[in-house]
Design a protein around this ligand. Structure first.
Ligand code: KG4
Ligand code: ZN
Length: 360
């Protein structure tokens, strides 16, 4: 395929519970951006139910794509390439977006591209902004990933560390459940933490030891912090309950509002602090002038504030996505695909959705 200098890319995203399509020109001009969320379908189950998600994607994918073209005020002939998030994600959800993208690309005789969802999150801070300088440091903080990357070029990424258990967004969601806040938890915990005293409770700071060169590891862990919150809310379960459901002396319904907010703020301080310490360690070791951040938890108020402060102190070009591009969306898929379209690259129509593999 010939390189296209400023390609108009149709992006499709369906990896989890958002059905999304967008048209992006030249990797940064977002001509349209449509997201059909399924939150109302999953709320009563307190999490995403894969079968319900797949069926909802099937129903919504074509109306969402048509709406993206309508909002961009373009016909099909204006599309230079069709890109889709093809990994990682729920297999049934991925299949719907990948099948739609292939069918559209084939019918238009246009290039088809599969995009890594995590890479797309990392570069979402470039949408509607000029290109940044490389090398950069990349931080992805989502419901499924918490990882650091050295980025020498948009398609040349090296993973420096990642979570060994929960992702930070997952930890926020579980903390919200422990505090009785409901689904989706991250934004609710964020709002509650704003009203609390972040020093009211001393939660343990995760420590992951050193690597083979004696340097502190750049990995993350949130599961111990989550258990500490559980015990702070419900008390320590009795020891005789081994093998059975643990019996806790209290429930989250016993919390008064001030304590609930204080616990949320204290949990958030330690979780965000853990990310920031690792980020600073990585910055001490890598000579970079740019910091790319993305993923659902990059919408977190405290994390955004601490990142802005750090960027000011270290004179970094911080690329935080606008709030609407923190969560899953298709503009980031189309935006990231443009780097490959501009290089004349595409993928075969035999490319399969890949639920488990992610950017290494
Ligand atoms: O990127 P995303 O939409 O999906 C994945 O690729 O995983 O991220 C979703 C995650 C959820 O865990 C959600 O709780 C978290 O992002 N999240 C937040 C906030 N908004 C969304 N976490 C903390 N504070 C927020 N304001
Ligand atoms: Zn995501």
């Amino acid at each position: 395929m010939l390189p296209v200098a400023s390609p108009t890319v149709l992006g499709i995203e369906s990896s989890c519970d958002e059905t999304a399509a967008a048209v992006v020109r030249g990797g940064r001009d977002v001509l349209s951006d449509v997201v059909a969320t399924q939150h109302e379908l999953h709320e009563r189950y307190k999490g995403v139910v894969p079968e319900i998600a797949s069926r909802a994607h099937v129903e919504r994918i074509l109306p969402v794509v048509r709406e993206a073209l309508r909002q961009a005020n373009l016909g099909w002939e204006a599309i230079d390439a069709v890109a889709v998030g093809h990994r990682p994600g729920l297999i049934g959800s991925l299949l719907v977006g990948v099948a739609a993208a292939k069918a559209i690309a084939w019918s238009l005789s246009k290039p088809f591209l599969g995009v890594d969802h995590v890479a797309a999150h990392l570069f979402s801070g470039l949408l509607d902004r000029p290109i940044c300088a490389f090398p950069a440091l990349g931080l992805v903080v989502s419901g499924g990933h918490t990882s650091l990357y050295r980025i020498d070029a948009p398609t040349d990424l090296h993973r420096l560390g990642g979570t060994i258990d929960d992702a930070i967004g997952e930890a926020f969601d579980k903390a919200a459940t422990i505090l009785g806040l409901g689904y989706p938890g991250g934004p609710k915990l964020d709002a509650l933490a704003r009203r609390g005293d972040d020093r009211a409770h001393a939660f343990p700071v995760p420590y992951l030891g050193k690597d083979s060169e004696g340097e502190r590891r750049l990995d993350f862990s949130f599961s111990g912090l989550k258990t500490s919150l559980l015990y702070a809310v419900r008390g320590v379960p009795d020891r005789t309950s081994r093998g059975r459901e643990p019996h806790f002396p209290r429930s989250e319904a016993d919390l008064d509002e001030a304590t609930r907010a204080n616990l949320a703020a204290s949990f958030e301080r330690v979780a965000v602090g853990h990310v920031m310490r690792n980020l600073e360690r990585a910055l001490d070791r890598q000579r970079v002038g740019t910091l790319l951040v993305g993923g659902g938890a990059s919408a977190n108020t405290r994390l955004r504030q601490e990142l802005a402060t750090l960027a000011g102190q270290r004179s970094l070009d911080l690329r935080l996505p606008q709030l609407r591009w923190c969560l899953d969306n298709a503009a980031m898929i189309a935006g990231y695909a443009a780097f490959r379209v501009q290089a004349g690259e595409s993928d075969p129509l035999s490319l399969a959705p890949d639920p488990l593999s992610a950017l290494r």
